[in-house]
Write a protein that binds this ligand. Structure first.
Ligand code: UDX
Ligand code: ADP
Length: 468
């Protein structure tokens, strides 16, 4: 049989995953028509404007090059589904807030609604690809939903094709991925569907980087990859506490350890804690899965990675309070960086949020600056965390247009995100406008500690003992 030729792709969900991924597919496959759909009209309008809904270096250029040619953004979900040969499901799968598995399991409601829509609207056979991070065996439930609701003559092949892009480097990661993983059932039609998707990617990725595996291995590999990356960060962060207590430098330790080719140098940067939409969610998913499989020791092991991350954020916030002579009540604290990492406007699980709330609970006044995050997003994050009403905290929070403005008269400057521009601020001027002693807390080990000390700042850096 001739391989299935993919001519039209529909992507359900125009978020951080679906948007960049399918925009790059459109750019690299001019012969394929790609339609990205979402229920959120404002989001689709933004994708169709000059002001894209997400900030991602290189994304503007990709969208401009393909939009209107073979890349389309629409809220007409049904039409795009009906026309497509292959459908990516890239909807959100947040951690459940209530019911069984609350706080751990993934909320698959959006995924199931999208799957039902595919079954109801399709009048021809489709390849359905799960892109969203999902618990193991989700493909099985998608298949059941599709088969139970399909029209006569329509068949569905389900593939798992997890996304490994990191925000901030999404376009580079998509252009040149370490690997593309495609999981399928090992039946003939499963293998054919897998081949069809492989042919899409092989327009720009060499086939030795496209790994084809079983469905469940693919689903578990995504959780495993994120859990192991997060585990490295929690490991180096645990060591950072020892470094602070002993006078060792965590950067030196990470460098020495990372030079062992079996360990490797990446993902060993100590920090104020990891954030982002994936790491915590995926580990909690793994914990839930392990518990469901009656593997309590395995669950405990992975849970500790998240607990260490919580401890690191808390430890850093406490250090600020301790250093400011055990009270920050009424004091102004500048928070530089609100995104969960540099080069993104995404704030999901950003350590800044819990640190800001710690300071607010100590009755400090905080001034926040981030080059990409909007003021309305910051308010949403502040009030959603612990369901705090906005009114009582409003007088204590100022959102600033520049780092200089945020730092003016601050008794402590706290770096939470490693934006490059923080390295080149006019620190002399900032110092001149700070009360004495002037403190900088570097939660990202990014500033020139010696230069700041020379200006007059007292610098406290994660993972660096005072004796260094
Ligand atoms: C992650 C995975 O890297 C990606 O493969 C997956 O598809 C989605 O989840 P992302 O969350 O976008 O990507 O960013 P990542 O670069 O992994 O950073 C996650 C968090 O870890 C950030 O808060 C970052 O600041 C922090 N981090 C990362 C560290 O604290 N130290 C490091 O050495 C690396
Ligand atoms: P991710 O980071 O996983 O891409 P996002 O929250 O950024 O997550 O994006 C997911 C998108 O999926 C949202 O814009 C949401 O509106 C959209 N979405 C959720 N359910 C559906 C659905 N049934 N049909 C179309 N779009 C959906």
């Amino acid at each position: 049989m001739a391989p299935i030729e993919v001519k039209k792709i529909c992507c359900i969900g125009a978020g951080y995953v679906g948007g960049p991924t399918c925009a790059v597919i459109a750019l690299k496959c001019p012969h394929i028509q790609v339609t990205i759909v979402d229920l959120n009209q404002a989001r689709i309008d933004a994708w169709n404007s000059d002001n894209l809904p997400i900030y991602e270096p290189g994304l503007d250029e990709v969208v401009k090059a393909a939009r209107g040619k073979n890349l389309f953004f629409s809220t007409n979900v049904d039409k795009a589904i009906a026309e497509a040969d292959l459908i990516f499901v890239s909807v959100n799968t947040p951690t459940k807030k209530s019911g069984i598995g609350a706080g751990f399991a993934a909320d698959l409601n959006y995924l199931q609604l999208a799957t039902r829509r595919i079954a109801e609207v399709s009048t021809s056979s489709k390849i359905v690809v799960e892109k969203s991070t999902v618990p193991c065996r989700t493909a099985e439930s998608m298949r059941t939903i599709l088969e139970a609701n399909s029209k006569p003559g329509c068949t569905f092949d389900i593939l798992s094709n997890p996304e490994f892009l990191a925000e901030g480097t999404a376009i580079a990661d998509l252009f040149n991925p370490d690997r593309v993983l495609i999981g399928s059932l090992q039946t003939q039609s499963g293998k054919d569907a897998c081949e069809a998707l492989k042919n899409v990617y092989s327009n720009w990725i060499s086939t030795d980087r496209i790994l084809t595996v079983g469905l469940w291995s693919s689903e578990l590999s995504k959780l495993a990859a994120n859990a192991m990356l997060a585990q490295r960060i929690s490991s180096i962060n645990a060591l950072s506490a020892i470094c602070e207590a002993t006078g060792a430098s965590v950067d030196e330790v990470a460098h020495a350890v990372g030079r062992d080719s079996r360990v490797g140098p990446k993902f060993l940067k100590a920090s104020v804690g990891f954030g982002g939409s994936c790491f915590q969610k995926d580990i909690l998913n793994l914990v839930y899965l392990s518990e469901s499989l009656h593997l309590p020791e395995v669950a405990k092991y992975w849970r500790a990675v998240v607990e260490m991350n919580e401890h690191q954020k808390d430890r850093f916030a406490r250090k600020v309070v301790d250093t400011l002579f055990n009270t920050i009540t009424g004091k102004k604290i500048a928070l530089l960086g609100w995104a969960f990492k540099k080069d993104t406007g995404d704030t999901r699980e950003s350590p800044s949020i819990s640190i800001a709330n710690h300071f607010l609970s100590e009755k400090a006044r905080i001034s926040i600056y981030d080059p990409q995050v909007t003021e309305s997003q910051m308010w949403l994050d502040l009030t959603n965390y612990g369901d705090i009403p906005a009114e009582p905290i409003k007088p204590h929070v100022t959102i600033c247009k520049s780092a200089e403005e945020a730092c003016k008269n601050a008794e402590a400057i706290v770096i939470c995100t490693e934006w490059d521009e923080f390295k080149t601020l006019d620190w002399e001027k900032i110092y001149a406008n700070c009360p004495r002693p002037a403190f900088v807390f570097d939660g990202r080990l990014m500033l020139d500690r010696a230069a700041l000390k020379k200006i007059g700042f007292t610098v406290i850096t994660i993972g660096t003992g005072d004796r260094v």
